[in-house]
Design a protein around this ligand. Structure first.
Ligand code: GDP
Length: 455
C-alpha cells in the first residue's frame, strides 16, 4: 500500500471543472512535478488544505492549464496519507494529460474505490462509513443522501459500537469466570448479564427494523404496473417517467419483456415494472395473463393496478382486482380521465390503499398518484444516518442478533458460562465484520470494486 496512486475524480465528460487526485508517500512530490505555483514558491511550501494558484504542465513540460492545487499531509487527509488535488478546467484532454504527467512522476493509476479503501485501511473511517460514501454518490433522493451522510458521520457506527462494547465487557467478564472454573456465576451477575444481552438484542432488532425502509431508500420500491391490455399501463409509465421509454401501442404483442424503470415519485424512488409487454398468443392469453399479474403482484412491494376509466369493468379487470387485493400494498388507478367516464372508484370495491383517477395524456391526477405513493412510504422513524441500507450490513447484524439470542438462551436455561461466552464471541465477530474491524480481505475487495475510479 506504499505506492502513490492518481486518478481523475470527475469522470470523462466535458465539465466546467475537473479534478485529479493523488495519494501516497510521493503524492506531493509528484504534484510538484506537474504544478508550479504562481507565487514562485514550491507547492510543498504552502499550507495544507489551502488552494494554490498556478500552472499545470504535461509530460513534456509544456503548460496545459492554469488551475488550482491543494495538498493535505498525512494523517490529516481523506486517505490518511499525503494527498494532493489538482482542480483543473474540465477538459478530458487536460485531465488525461495531467494524469499522464503524474504517472511519469511516479504515480500509478488508482483502482476503483482505492482512495476510500486506503481511508478504511488507515483507520480514517470504518466499513459502514466507507459504504456510506458510495451511497452518497449513488443517492437518488434527498432522503437517501441525508441518511448516507449521517452514516458517513458515524451515526450507525456509534450505535453498533455501543452494542459491540457492551458485548466486549460481557466477554471479559465471562472470560474471567472461565479462568476460575470453580466459581459459579452469581445470580446477581447472571441477572446483569441477562440485562446486557437483552438490551444488545433489543438494539440490534431496532437497527434491523430500519432495514426495509433502508433498502427502499437505496434501491427503491419494487412496484408492478398491472392491468388488462389497453388499460393504459405503458402510457402511465411514460407519464411517470416523463419520457418515452416503454413502447405505447394499441396493438397487443409488440413488447416482449417486462420493462423496468426507476423514477422518483413523491420523494420515493420507485422501480416500475410494466407487465404490458407480457402478452401471449390468443388462447394462452387468459391463463398467462392471470398468472403473470399474480406473480408480478406477489413479488412487488407496491402494485399499481390500472383500470380503463373510459370503459366498464371486464372479466380481465376482475383478475387484476384479485391480484391487487392479494398484494402487500395496492393503489388503483382509473386511467383516461380525459375521456368520457365509464368507471368510478365505487365500481372497484374496497381493498386498495388508495384510488387515484388520472389521465396520462393530460397528466391531470398524476400528482395525486405521487402523493399516494409518498403516503404509503413515509420517511422512516429512525433519525437519518441510523437507517440500515446495506444488505451486507443487515446480514451481519442478523447473525449478531442470532448469536446474542443464543447467548441469552444459554444463560436462561442455566447452561455453563462457556456457552454464553461462545454466543457473545460470535456476535462480536459478526459486528466486527459489519464495521470492518475483523472483516476478511476478499470481502473488502468486493466492497470497493463497486466504487468509481477516483473515489
Ligand atoms: P397498456 O396495454 O395497458 O400498456 O395500455 P397503453 O398505455 O398502451 O394504452 C392503450 C391505449 O389507450 C393507447 O391507444 C393509449 O394511447 C390510450 N391511452 C392510454 N392512456 C390514455 C389517457 O390517459 N387518455 C387517453 N385519451 N388515452 C389513453
Amino acid at each position: 500500500m506504499n505506492d502513490t496512486i492518481a486518478a481523475i475524480a470527475t469522470g470523462t465528460a466535458v465539465t466546467a471543472i475537473g479534478i485529479v487526485r493523488i495519494s501516497g508517500p510521493e503524492a506531493i512530490a509528484a504534484a510538484e512535478q506537474v504544478f508550479s505555483p504562481a507565487d514562485g514558491k514550491r507547492l510543498s511550501a504552502h499550507a495544507d488544505r489551502k488552494l494554490v494558484y498556478g500552472t499545470l504542465s504535461g509530460r513534456s513540460g509544456a503548460a496545459i492549464d492554469i488551475c488550482l492545487a491543494t495538498i493535505s499531509r498525512a494523517p490529516h487527509s481523506y486517505t490518511g496519507e499525503d494527498t494532493a488535488e489538482l482542480q483543473c478546467h474540465g477538459s478530458p484532454a487536460v485531465l488525461r494529460e495531467a494524469l499522464d504527467a503524474l504517472f511519469a512522476a511516479g504515480a500509478r493509476q488508482a483502482l476503483p474505490g482505492e482512495f476510500t479503501r486506503r481511508a478504511f485501511l488507515n483507520g480514517r473511517m470504518d466499513l459502514v462509513q466507507a459504504e456510506a460514501v458510495i451511497d452518497i454518490i449513488e443517492a437518488e433522493t434527498a432522503a437517501g443522501a441525508e441518511n448516507a451522510v449521517g452514516q458517513l458521520g458515524g451515526a450507525l457506527s456509534r450505535r453498533i459500537g455501543a452494542v459491540y462494547s457492551s458485548l466486549l465487557d460481557l466477554e471479559a467478564h465471562f472470560g474471567a469466570v472461565l479462568d476460575y472454573p470453580d466459581e459459579d456465576i452469581e445470580p446477581f451477575e447472571a441477572e446483569e448479564c441477562r440485562i446486557a444481552l437483552s438490551s444488545a438484542a433489543e438494539e440490534l432488532r431496532r437497527i434491523l427494523g430500519t432495514f426495509e425502509r433502508g433498502r427502499i431508500l437505496r434501491e427503491g420500491v419494487r412496484a408492478a404496473l398491472i392491468g388488462r391490455p389497453n388499460a393504459g399501463k405503458s402510457s402511465l409509465m411514460n407519464a411517470l417517467l416523463g419520457y418515452e421509454r416503454a413502447i405505447v401501442t394499441n396493438m397487443p404483442g409488440t413488447t416482449r419483456d417486462t420493462i423496468e424503470e426507476k423514477a422518483v415519485l413523491g420523494g420515493v424512488t420507485v422501480r416500475l415494472t410494466d407487465t404490458a409487454g407480457l402478452r401471449e398468443a390468443e388462447g394462452e392469453a387468459e391463463r398467462l395473463g392471470v398468472e403473470r399479474a399474480r406473480s408480478a403482484a406477489e413479488g412487488a412491494e407496491l402494485v399499481i393496478a390500472v383500470f380503463d376509466g373510459s370503459a366498464p369493468l371486464t372479466e380481465e379487470d376482475e383478475e387484476t382486482l384479485a391480484a391487487a387485493r392479494a398484494a402487500k400494498r395496492a393503489i388503483a388507478v382509473i386511467s383516461k380521465r380525459d375521456l368520457p367516464a365509464a368507471l368510478s372508484a365505487a365500481d372497484l370495491g374496497g381493498g386498495f390503499n388508495a384510488v387515484v383517477e388520472l389521465s396520462s395524456r393530460t397528466l391531470e391526477g398524476v400528482d395525486g398518484l405521487c402523493a399516494a405513493i409518498a403516503r404509503l412510504f413515509p420517511s422512516p422513524a429512525a433519525p437519518a444516518g441510523e437507517i440500515l441500507t446495506n444488505a451486507r450490513q443487515a446480514e451481519a447484524a442478523r447473525r449478531a442478533l442470532g448469536s446474542v439470542e443464543a447467548a441469552l438462551d444459554a444463560l436462561t436455561s442455566g447452561l455453563t458460562p462457556d456457552a454464553v461466552l461462545t454466543g457473545a464471541e460470535d456476535a462480536l465477530s459478526a459486528l466486527g465484520e459489519l464495521t470492518g474491524r475483523t472483516v476478511r480481505e476478499d470481502v473488502v475487495d468486493r466492497i470497493f470494486e463497486r466504487y468509481c475510479v477516483g473515489k
